[in-house]
Ligand binder design. Structure first.
Ligand code: HEC
Ligand code: HEC
Length: 345
């Protein structure tokens, strides 16, 4: 969080570039021009990005349940297809049997300037390396190396890092996982519409977009990921927990910094694929997107929204749902099983 601009701004919104279209209607064009200044489009990964040996290695590492201290937990155990790269459980369970915060989706996660609820990981590689001794349950980073060797990863590391003598290292484990997760991008109807296709969004979704901007959601959830760019207090106008029913009160960024002014500050989540990544909030306290939207309006903006407004806002958020990337699956020969109690869809 020391990137010079402001403590609370994680990234810059500059450099958003857009295409225009001649076929769009006038009403759509006006809305589109405003939206283009506040959001931005995303693109799918290219075939070359997906087949890159680093990304291919990262894909295997991501799905392989053998690569954890108990031999039962993969990255995908808490970031699975069924929930668009996130966890359907309010809290996940790590390889030590401990409960975590709500697992966010890994889709587009590598495009944010600071990762996790507190933006306390600067890159996808740093996040993945931290997982070795975190979620994956090893005592030291190096403890994963013999496990990788045992399961035949030596050659895959050599292929992915051909210029290195002994490439199987925790650092390269992180780099491969970052390269893989960078490919997990999901263009949605909203992108097609921003690019000029009037029919890509329904009328209700367009009303929702307008409402999202007018109500003030966009003040925090903006940029191409519709969030992910800043730290903000959860509960600007009112405390959040009477509304979310959270069993514990998390003091947020203050946990890391010890500063009173950081109390209840969290990274503004991106809303890409939000309709598919329930439950919501850092503690998974709210199961339903309409309810989460109602709470946001209340505690962040001091507004009580009626049913019509809420339905529009939910419809807009549904236009941010893309397709699950084809390489978001275990590669051939890699063992993966959903954790106990999670239903296969
Ligand atoms: C036991 C469950 C669990 C496992 C296993 C796990 N994660 Fe996570 N992941 C989480 C949770 C919980 C968070 C949010 C943590 C926080 O914010 O403090 C998270 C956050 C992330 C994020 C940040 C997303 C964002 O929007 O900023 C990425 C990326 C990620 N995990 C990738 C991985 C990778 C790669 C692995 C394997 C090396 C992995 N995870 C293993 C539970 C898990
Ligand atoms: C002042 C900044 C701010 C405003 C305004 C705001 N939000 Fe949020 N939003 C946040 C923060 C911070 C969180 C994370 C809360 C947490 O830690 O659980 C969040 C979380 C969310 C979530 C849950 C995301 C997830 O991954 O679980 C949704 C959905 C959401 N906001 C939608 C909206 C909508 C819709 C509006 C307008 C009605 C809105 N927000 C207004 C800052 C804001």
């Amino acid at each position: 969080m020391t990137n010079g601009i402001s403590r609370y701004i994680l990234g810059s919104l500059a450099g958003l570039a857009f295409a225009t279209s001649a076929v769009a209607s006038k009403a759509d064009n006006e809305l589109r021009e405003t939206a283009k200044g506040l959001f931005g489009t995303v693109t799918a990964a290219t075939a070359a990005e997906v087949s890159d040996p680093k990304a291919a290695l990262g894909q295997a590492l991501f799905w392989d349940i053998r690569l954890s201290s108990n031999g039962k937990v993969a990255c995908a155990s808490c970031h699975f297809q069924e929930n668009w790269g996130s966890d359907s459980r309010p809290r996940s369970i790590d390889a030590r049997g401990r409960k975590t915060l709500q697992s966010q989706t890994v889709f587009h996660s590598q495009d944010t300037p600071g990762l996790r609820w507190l933006a306390d990981r600067a890159s996808g590689a740093a996040q993945a390396i931290g997982s070795i001794t975190g979620s994956m349950g090893f005592a030291k980073r190096e403890d994963i190396l013999p496990v990788l060797a045992e399961h035949g990863y030596t050659d895959l590391f050599k292929k992915a890092f051909p210029d290195e003598q002994a490439p199987m290292t925790p650092d390269n484990y992180g780099k491969a996982l970052e390269a893989y997760q960078k490919t997990l991008r999901t263009p949605a109807p909203f992108d097609s519409w921003l690019d000029g296709d009037d029919k890509a969004m329904t009328e209700l979704q367009k009303k929702g977009l307008k409402r999202f901007m007018e109500t003030g959601c966009v003040g925090c959830h903006n940029g191409p990921l519709v969030g992910g760019t800043m730290m903000q207090r959860f509960g600007v106008v009112e405390n959040y927990w009477p509304h979310t029913g959270s069993p514990d009160i998390d003091s947020g960024l203050m946990r890391n910094t010890g500063k009173e002014e950081d109390r209840f500050f969290f990274r503004v989540p991106m809303l890409r694929n939000i309709a598919k990544t329930e439950p919501y909030f850092h503690d998974g306290s709210v199961a339903d997107l309409k309810r989460a939207t109602e709470i946001m309006a209340k505690v962040q903006l001091g507004q009580t929204l009626d049913d019509e407004a809420l339905n529009e806002l939910v419809a807009f958020q549904e236009s941010l749902t893309g397709k699950i990337p084809a390489n978001f699956a275990p590669p051939a020969g890699i063992p993966f099983e959903l954790p106990e109690g999670v239903e296969k869809k």
